[in-house]
Design a protein around this ligand. Sequence first.
Ligand code: GLN
Length: 198
Amino acid sequence: MAGEDVRIGVLALQGDVREHLAALAASGAAGVPVRRPEELAAVDGLVVPGGESTTMSKLAVLFGLMEPLRERVRSGLPVYGTCAGMILLAEKILDPRSGQETVGGIDMIVRRNAFGRQNESFEAAVDVRGVGGGPVEGVFIRAPWVESVGAEAEVLAEHGGHVVAVRQGNALATSFHPELTGDHRMHRLFAEMVRSVS
Ligand code: GLN
């Protein structure tokens, strides 16, 4: 399939959907918002944006998307979660809020808000395995970190001794928000993952 033909959905229940759509477009992929199961069924890959993971989880249940999401991810749909999206892709949350569920896909345990509160947000240069051209500019906003990963998950980056980027098969997750910078290398990496299975 020609690169421009891959359709990458952005889960559009809550969070920084528009920024991801723009980053995907800049990476040569067609980005489409996904709110309904029919829309999910029509994409070749899916981005789960940053935002608020409890809200996103509750809306996914309300919109009848939680089970379809789990099924598609289980059957190999390429997914990329940033920040709250990383939390949604974790098999386990260390400190979930009540009613908070996850889609899963990456055998990891995450700690929410691990890097501190909103006013402790920061930017840092992050070396990401498999991403050439120097470190990526990592924007961390009430970001989670990964407490532990299972044998199948590959650590792609660490910051301050904590795991901040992980890949397991077709699932990718970062604690930080590349969609908020002009650097589209993470989105290009994900678009390549989608192309390789489409
Ligand atoms: N702390 C938020 C959560 O738990 C994530 C923040 C973000 O996505 N920027 O969902």
